[in-house]
Every structure is written in C-alpha cells, then in structure tokens.
Design a protein around this ligand. Structure first.
Ligand SMILES: [Zn+2]
Ligand SMILES: [Zn+2]
Length: 398
C-alpha cells in the first residue's frame, strides 16, 4: 500500500504494545500534505467512514475492525507516537515525571516553558526526562517506570535471540509439511536446531502417531539428521498427550528414545482446577518431559483457559527443570504475558514455540516473542535462545 506524500507511518496503540487482543487499530501517518493524505486514506477500502478530518480519519473495515489514522507533521511525530502507543496508565506516569521536571508533554510535542524541544524519536523523549528508553511492550505501568529509575529494566528477549523452534508438526500427524520441508524451512530461517513433535496416539482427531508410526518417523529423522548434519541440528520428539489421570500417552520406555518431549492437554477441558493442576504437575515431574505446551489450553475468542493453580505449576516447573511454553499461535498466546512473568519470577524456563502446522506458521514466532516481552522475559529465561550444546544439556534433565 502506497499513499503519496506520506513520509512515514507507524502502528501505535495496543498492537504496538504486543497485546494478545486489540480493540481497534491505531496508525500514525507523517506528512506535510494533510489534506491530500486524509483524502487518500478515506478512499481506502472500507464499510463506513466514522470520522474524517485533516488530522484524523477513522474507518470501519469490512471485517468490522475500526482503524484510526492520525495525521501529524514530522516535528510532532515522535511525541504523537509515544502518546498514541500508550498505555494510558504508562503515559500518565510519564507526564507526571515531565511536569515535575518543568516540562509539558502531549501528542503535539515536548515543551519546556513553551519552548518546543526537538524530539527525533521516542528515545529523545525519554532521555530528555532522564528516563531510559522503555520498549512499547513494557508500557503498561506494571513497574517499568520504577524499574527504569532503579536501573533494573529487563533486557527482554528479541526475535533475533531465538535459535530454533521446538514445537512443529509434520504430515505424519495433522501438519501439512513433510519432514524435509520443515527442515528446509528452519534452515531458511537460520535456525541452529529444529524439533519435530507430532501428536501422540490419543489425539486421534489430530492424526496422533501410534508407537509403530513413531518409530518409523524416528527412522526417517535419523536419515535426515545425517543428510543435513552440516546445516542444522534436528531433534526427534513428540507432543505427548497428558491423559485424564496425569499419565502420558507413551510409556517412559518410548519417551527415553526421543530427543525432546513436549506434554500437553488436548482433552478433558471441563475438569476441576485441582484435577487440571494435578495432571500438569504429573507431567512436569516426569523425568522425560522437557516442555509443557500451551499450558492453559485457551483459544482466544473460542475457548477460555481451563482453571489452573498457576503458582504451583511454575514452582514445580522450576524445580523439575521442565520448561513452560509460550505458544506463539495467534489464537493461543499461551502462556499469556502475566503467566510468563510469574514463571520468570519463580525461575521456570520458558520456551517460545510456534506449534507450526504450515510453513507460514513459522512467522508467528514474533507474537510469542512480544508476549514474552510483555512478561518481562529475558533471553536468559528462555530455552530456545540457548545454543545447541546448552540445549542438549537442559534436555538431559534426568
Ligand atoms: Zn497441542
Ligand atoms: Zn502442537
């Protein structure tokens, strides 16, 4: 999409803050030609024009999503971006600090005694107020200002820190990729390692593998490990169902032959909090289980999370060196940001996976990373930021 006279554009609001769900879309447009740009924006495909002026155009899209375009000039862009990114609570705190120091901060600029201070970017704003730069994902007034003032702001994990995806499905179960397609996709993304983790036998709707099929797959993966040994490290694994009584779908005698074991719940969402928690803790305690996938089972807008005693889960996970997943699939984002922060606080490792079933699904990694950032998760808190040798050490937990 290209509109004439637009110097730059940036997404703001909760989308920029990486929130799991967003109400509407805020887009900031920088231009010198307000009239023509606002006209061009109003001509974008839409169902209804909600507001139309030189500095703001609001459209209702055909999918009922509202998009608010704010049009500003270059001089105000940084302050407008900071303002419209929010959150409201974060901005209240930042403005208070500005006022204490004799400044005035709003969407039009940063002023000292009515003199406009030049701000080329958001960094300049925070710097002028004697604050460190705070990333959008942390701007929720959940302690980031205090952390900044005491020099304890977390150095949160970035997409570039991710060295591999440890939860991927092939066409052995319900994925659409062949084993080799998965491996080639991972190589294309410069991953150091990739895990293949198809469903186990109880997940029959998802084409779960029988023990025989699993060993067939292990055989094929062995050949591919050799074929690609100079390009990538391949981990043969399984996403094993946790049964109603907390036992796993495959016996330990099978699990011990795998490089990596993910355990998760796919059935029995109606159980009590106590039963759910016991099921997950039983899996955490299994010496062969490395990761609990999508721990709360939520599907945003479709299925609420099942009830869990998250505090006990993160404590047990830390104790038994079982990582908890941040599933990056946009409907899951599970663990969510708050749970991720709790896990980090108690020293449980987190693992950001895509649960990819198609090549495109690999792109969702960024959503998991943003969720992790919102949970103050740092590179050192994550499993799949380790290099291959360190990862192997962690996986050998027993
Ligand atoms: Zn699953
Ligand atoms: Zn999965």
């Amino acid at each position: 999409l290209k509109i004439e006279h637009v110097v730059k554009a940036e997404i703001a609001g909760s989308t920029r803050r990486g929130k799991g769900t967003v109400g509407d879309l805020d887009i900031l447009i920088c231009t010198k030609d307000f009239k023509n740009v606002s006209k061009a924006l109003a001509n974008l495909p839409h169902k209804q024009i909600i507001a139309m002026g030189d500095t703001k155009v609001s459209l209702l899209l055909s999918n009922n999503m509202q998009v608010d375009f704010r049009i500003v000039d270059d001089e105000s862009f940084a302050c407008a971006l900071q303002y419209f990114t929010g959150s409201k609570d974060h901005n209240v705190r930042v403005r208070e600090i500005a006022i204490k120091k004799g400044f005035k901060l709003n969407e039009y600029g940063l002023f000292l005694k009515d003199q406009k201070i030049e701000t080329k970017n958001e960094e300049d704003i925070y710097k002028a107020l004697n604050l460190c730069y705070i990333k959008p994902t942390l701007r929720e007034n959940k302690g980031e200002i205090e952390a900044c003032l005491s020099n304890n702001l977390p150095d949160v994990v970035e997409l570039e820190d991710i060295k591999g995806d440890l939860h991927v499905h092939s066409n052995y179960s319900d994925g659409l990729m062949s084993l080799e397609e998965i491996i080639q996709e991972a190589i294309k993304r410069d991953y150091e390692y990739i895990a293949i983790t198809d469903h186990s036998v109880s997940s029959y709707v998802a084409g779960g593998l029988s023990v025989e099929r699993l060993y067939e797959q292990l055989n094929e993966i062995d050949k591919l490990k050799f074929k690609y040994k100079d390009k990538i490290n391949i981990l043969a694994g399984s996403e094993v169902d946790i049964k109603q009584d907390g036992r796993l779908d495959f016996d330990d005698s099978v699990l011990k032959d795998l490089d990596i074991v993910i355990a998760s719940i796919h059935q029995g969402f109606g159980n009590s909090k106590d039963i759910n928690t016991k099921r997950i803790i039983a899996a955490i305690e299994n010496p062969y289980v490395n990761i609990i996938a999508h721990p709360t089972g939520r599907l945003i807008g479709q299925r609420p999370p099942y009830e869990l005693d998250m505090q006990s889960i993160v404590e047990k996970a830390a104790k038994h060196k079982t990582a908890l997943e941040i599933n990056s699939f946009y409907l899951r984002l599970d663990l969510n940001d708050e749970h991720a922060r709790l896990a980090k606080t108690f020293g449980a490792k987190l693992c950001i996976n895509t649960d990819a079933h198609t090549k495109d699904n690999f792109n969702y990694m960024i959503f998991g990373v943003l969720t992790a950032q919102r949970g103050w998760v740092e590179k050192s808190d994550c499993l799949n930021t380790l290099n291959y040798e360190q990862l192997k050490q962690f996986l050998k937990k027993r």
